[in-house]
Ligand binder design. Structure first.
Ligand SMILES: [Ca+2]
Ligand SMILES: [Ca+2]
Length: 430
């Protein structure tokens, strides 16, 4: 939809303005009035007129000012003020925002993200009581990081129910709600609605069934942007999860934590010459700069070699790699399997080094600049380790491991010893 594209464009514009130079500390609102958070991303829910991390009185004031035609207050200036997405700002929008502030059951309009990153607006019967999920790996990670795991009552996943038992002990012993990750068994969904009060489905890709079946059952469908490596993208997904269940505390803390780590990396690498890198997949192909894997490089302040700039699909390994002129580092973000978890202290890492070994005759590898980083670590931790791979003089592995430990302690129940996990492999360790 055009209007959605315009709204998202406006969000991106605001984010860019903020990045351009102003450090903004939004304060005085959120779940805890005494806390302010260092968060530059926006809650992707219409009615969030000021595009900060929550819906509160500030948004209602803006909507009222637009209704009152106060100078400077227009829908064009505040595209998210149109809470019901009908193209106009009226008392109906104010009522929706007031409903959220007063914690009344309210139909809200959420910006969902499709698998191809396009967006659309859909309604959600807010707040959700409980949800089920079509289980791609990025979703359980999203639930865990944002602190809403207790609200997730089941997943559709290909059997056997292969979920990393070290990372997600919560899911052990469950059976799948459908034959695969895109298909729910409607009767099983009906049962879990009754037993657990499920009123939402959180998914990524398209569902095989007609979604209207679920909507007619009173179930809202939510598609968060769950694999974006940017602070703004990650934050948007985190904030949406916390908002959906009206349980925002951890989503606010984890968003702010990522922003702090990004700020620290920016500070440590200020004035340092940009290091260029490529990321590879399990076949050894190089990810295009537009993929979320490759974008981890730019979030960690690295760049790409000129040879791959502008490429929109993956680039196959070939002799051309030996003549690349301006590539300094090669990184494999490698997914683990449930039988050999990256989060086990006994992880057999040699199983995950075949792709990077294809590069053993490249200058990057010969210079000791080849790395394997566990894909399965939370995005903020992944970015910290990526910064180590790019700028080891400025960003040390000790610092990243300290940050990882702090993340596990605060957001992962503290059961992991970061110093004993081998989630970051240097060339010597490969
Ligand atoms: Ca707001
Ligand atoms: Ca409206």
């Amino acid at each position: 939809m055009n209007s959605v594209a315009v709204k998202m464009g406006a969000i991106i514009a605001v984010v860019i303005i903020v990045i351009a130079g102003v450090a903004v500390y939004f304060g005085g609102s959120g779940s805890d009035d005494s806390t302010s958070y260092n968060i530059k991303g926006a809650l992707p829910v219409l009615g969030n007129a000021d595009q900060d991390y929550d819906i509160d009185q500030d948004d209602l004031d803006i909507i009222q000012n637009i209704i009152d035609k106060k100078e400077g207050y227009t829908l064009a200036n505040y595209p998210m003020a149109d809470a019901n997405n009908d193209g106009d700002v009226t008392s109906v929008d104010a009522d929706i925002v007031r409903g959220v502030i007063d914690k009344q059951k309210t139909t809200v309009y959420v910006i969902n993200t499709n698998f191809d990153s396009s967006t659309y607006v859909d309604t959600v019967n807010w707040p959700l009581k409980a949800a089920i999920s079509a289980g791609v790996s990025t979703l359980p990670m999203l639930f865990k990081c944002s602190g809403v795991m207790d609200y997730i009552k089941g997943m559709a996943l290909s059997e056997p129910y292969n979920v990393d038992s070290y990372l997600y002990p919560e899911f052990q012993g469950w059976s799948s709600l459908g034959p695969n990750m895109r298909e729910f068994d409607v009767e099983k969904v009906r049962d879990i609605m009754k037993s657990d009060g499920v009123d939402g489905i959180i998914c990524v890709a398209g569902l095989k069934e007609n979604e209207s079946i679920f909507k007619n059952m009173g179930i809202s469908i939510i598609r968060p942007e769950c694999s974006a490596p940017t602070v703004e993208g990650y934050t948007s997904a985190m904030l949406l999860m916390g908002f959906l269940f009206d349980a925002p505390t951890q989503s606010l803390k984890v968003s702010s934590w990522f922003q702090d780590v990004k700020d620290a990396i920016d500070e440590k690498t200020k004035g340092v010459k940009t290091v260029n890198a490529v990321t590879i997949g399990s076949s050894g192909s190089i990810w295009s700069p537009s993929s979320n894997y490759a974008k981890c490089i730019t979030v960690a302040n690295g760049g790409f070699p000129s040879e791959i700039m502008g490429q929109t699909s993956n680039i196959k390994f070939g002799d051309w790699i030996y003549t690349m002129k301006d590539c300094d580092v090669v990184i494999d973000f490698h997914s683990g399997s449930s039988s050999n978890s990256w989060f086990s202290e006994d992880c057999n890492v040699s199983e995950y080094t075949a792709a990077i070994k294809l590069y053993k005759d490249t200058t990057m590898y010969q210079n000791g600049k080849a790395y394997v980083i566990a894909f399965d670590v939370p995005m903020p931790v992944k970015i910290a380790y990526t910064a180590v791979a790019l700028y080891p003089e400025q960003v040390t592995e000790e610092w990243a491991t300290e940050m990882a430990q702090d993340f596990y302690d605060q957001f992962f129940g503290g059961k992991f010893d970061a110093s004993k996990l081998n989630v970051f492999l240097t060339t010597e360790e490969i």
